[in-house]
Design a binder for this molecule. Structure first.
Ligand SMILES: Cc1cc2nc3c(=O)[nH]c(=O)nc-3n(C[C@H](O)[C@H](O)[C@H](O)COP(=O)(O)O)c2cc1C
Length: 322
């Protein structure tokens, strides 16, 4: 079932009710979080397996589907199976994904990213860019690559983009003080370590128009100095609000917490964050039960996202509610 033919008894449930952000209204509050299938061809083109996956996903009651992280420039390709959007040549592939999902009445968001230190596999075993080795010129080029990619997403029919600033990819690396040792305008204080992310959001808005939705996925914690990190995160959320970002999806340093029972790992952080910002907060990570969905949405968090359960069963959400 998708949102159009959801059984009467679930209509009106918060999970299947619309939710509005600055420039976009989602028809429901269940999100399929960004999920890469690692199956692009060697040039970064989407293959049939992935189109089929979106066709299946679009049959289910999501309010929004976020694509897998899609690379904005060749040197930032995080793995050899990652989809690309660094050239107009990729517009037909990405248009097809957008069309499949939009046709089902679900909002479709392209997640755009750069691997930074994690792009070594596509570059003969060594990353090209790290926060520490980039010149200001290279930072500006990378920001522009994100904006160009977002413009392509807009042309393809995506409803917005999500900047992948989580999971220790390039934007995330800049934000963590343990990966960013710069002493110029892009390093040092939390505000300066967030600067590349702010400039990227601003560049996307400048390229696509202020009304084009921009979401951000970011880690809510650090594996060291959590208190300091949280203060930086509050500041970052308020900066995002000021530059027109729609919402911030909270993930974490250990996005999947291997070896611990699945539970909404980052709920407490997300809830605390809401007390320090007016920016809409979204949550991902370990959410498995209907009671958890209810509690999270009742707390004021705007959406709940799912990755692994949906990979195992496309109808995971229906099963939870049946
Ligand atoms: C196979 C796989 C691919 C993923 N790809 C991405 C991705 O492209 N971008 C991203 O932000 N997170 C990615 N994630 C992380 C998920 O979006 C999510 O944050 C994480 O799995 C926790 O949610 P879950 O407990 O519902 O699985 C991926 C996770 C898995 C298991």
């Amino acid at each position: 079932m998708n949102l159009a033919n959801i059984p009467e008894k679930y209509r009106g449930h918060a999970a299947f009710s619309p939710v509005s952000f600055k420039n976009i209204t989602l028809p429901g509050r269940i999100v399929r979080s960004a999920t890469e299938l690692f199956c692009a061809d060697e040039n970064g083109h989407v293959v049939q397996k992935e189109f089929s996956a979106y066709t299946e996903l679009a049959k289910h009651p999501f309010g929004m589907i976020v694509s897998g992280h899609t690379c904005v420039s060749p040197e930032g390709r995080s793995n050899p199976g990652q989809n690309a959007v660094w050239d107009d040549i990729f517009i037909p592939d990405q248009s097809k994904i957008a069309g499949i999902v939009a046709g089902a009445g679900i909002k479709i968001i392209l997640q755009i990213g750069h691997g930074g230190m994690k792009a070594e596999k596509s570059n003969g075993g060594r990353p090209v860019y790290t926060p520490d080795n980039m010149s200001v010129e290279q930072i500006r080029e990378t920001v522009k690559a994100f904006a160009d990619a977002a413009k392509r997403a807009q042309k393809c029919g995506f409803d917005g983009v999500q900047l992948h600033a989580a999971h220790m990819y390039l934007l995330s690396q800049f934000f963590y003080e343990q990966y960013n040792h710069r002493t110029d305008a892009y390093g040092g204080t939390g505000e300066k370590r967030f600067r590349i992310i702010r400039e990227t959001a601003e560049a996307v808005k400048a390229a696509c128009g202020d009304a084009f939705p921009v979401f951000i996925k970011i880690n809510g914690d650090n594996n060291i100095n959590n208190e300091r990190y949280f203060a930086d995160l509050c500041e970052a959320a308020n900066i995002c609000d000021a530059v027109g970002v729609e919402g911030m999806e909270i993930s974490g340093y250990e996005s999947q917490r291997a070896g611990t029972p699945e539970a909404p790992y980052f709920f407490e952080t997300a809830r605390n964050l809401m007390e320090h910002t007016g920016l809409p907060i979204m949550l991902v990570g370990g959410i498995r039960k209907r009671s958890e969905i209810d509690e999270i949405l009742a707390s004021g968090i705007k959406t709940v996202s799912f990755c692994r359960p949906v990979m195992q069963n496309y109808d995971f959400i229906e099963r939870l509610f049946s």
